[in-house]
Design a protein around this ligand. Structure first.
Ligand code: 5GP
Ligand code: MN
Length: 318
């Protein structure tokens, strides 16, 4: 995709990503923002996502994000949607997607069917930031753009560990760190560091998790009572599902938290045998083979039962 050509003569541009933005979403929105601000200094460029967690404040320009979704423009010349596989996941930005004169979609989710006027979906790429590395072009990258892209790459690859990490991903990461930012600090601050409360919730989830299907599945939840007790938000649950997945013998880890009474946001992680994107898609969600999610109504046990059936089919268990 020649993004500069796509945006030729367009002067109001919104950049957005998915609800509850993660490192790749925030990194890609900010990298695109920093790039466009440079190459289209006369245009109005609006990055628009929910307020990122404060550890992402190290990204240059992050204060420009319009997180109340009131940019003062109703119809943008172009809307660039990043790291988001369905329009409803733009959340409050969806209306700007709908009204935009030109809809540009850049993503790496296998469940993204390329719904924009112009779409670039690369399911082989580790992250949207990896896709953007090529879209922006090496010659246009500076240290601040490199930092934003690096954050996206490391967050979606579990610091270059998950199987979506390809030699190309490593090469891109190597080029990015050559710009000279403090990547050790970035990894520590945005990935590993937890608040006391986050660690307490993680501990409780591990203690209260249930193993089933002969230890092949593990599930844990945070309900509204627990969220209120800790004053926790969804951001405080990052990493819990991965920690569950590390349990020896487990093929699929399930973590869910209650977004409203008896409605849960479900996250799944697979070690590879089970395609969790397929399960998520069945329940109107999406994601990747080894990491996917959806929203479902019912009790924790209802939801676990539903997912178990889908997993059993894939594992060939009656
Ligand atoms: P997480 O479990 O970390 O929230 O998400 C794992 C992956 O699945 C991410 O790539 C995320 O974008 C995707 N995902 C999670 N929940 C949903 C959902 O409800 N709908 C769609 N389309 N994708 C989701
Ligand atoms: Mn991503």
């Amino acid at each position: 995709m020649n993004i500069i050509k796509e945006l030729d003569n367009l002067s109001t541009i919104a950049i957005s990503g998915h609800i509850r933005p993660d490192g790749d979403c925030i990194g890609s929105v900010m990298a695109m923002y920093l790039f466009l601000r440079k190459i289209k200094p006369d245009a109005t460029i609006i990055p628009m996502i929910e307020k990122p967690a404060e550890e992402f404040n190290i990204i240059s320009g992050i204060e420009s994000i319009v997180s109340d979704f009131n940019p003062g423009i109703d119809v943008f010349d172009a809307f660039i949607g990043l790291d988001c596989s369905t329009t409803d996941r733009y959340g409050e930005a969806e209306k700007y997607y709908e009204s935009a004169k030109k809809k540009i979609v850049i993503d790496h989710h296998v469940t993204n069917d390329g719904f924009g006027d112009v779409s670039l979906v690369v399911p082989d790429a580790s992250s949207t930031c990896e896709v953007l590395f090529d879209v922006i072009g090496e010659e246009n990258i500076d240290i601040e753009i490199a930092k934003a892209l690096y954050i996206g790459v490391i967050h979606d690859t579990g610091i270059l560990q998950y199987s979506n990490t390809k030699p190309k991903t490593m090469n891109i990461a190597a080029k990015l760190i050559s710009y000279g930012f403090d990547f050790t600090e970035i990894i520590e601050n945005t990935f590993y560091e937890k608040t006391r409360i986050q660690n307490e919730i993680l501990g409780r989830c591990l203690l209260e998790s249930i193993l089933f299907m002969d230890g092949k599945c593990i599930a844990a939840k945070v309900d509204q009572k627990m969220m209120n007790f800790y004053g926790a938000t969804s951001h405080d649950f990052e990493g819990i599902v991965n920690q569950l997945r590390y349990t020896k013998g487990v093929e699929v880890a399930i973590f869910m938290y209650e977004i409203e009474n008896e409605t849960y946001k479900v996250s799944m992680r697979s070690k590879g045998t089970v395609d969790v994107a397929k399960i998520a898609k069945f329940y109107n969600g999406g994601g990747h083979v080894r990491a996917a999610g959806f929203t479902m109504s019912g009790s924790f046990y209802d939801i676990v039962n539903n997912i178990s059936d889908s997993i059993a089919i894939q594992l060939g268990i009656d």
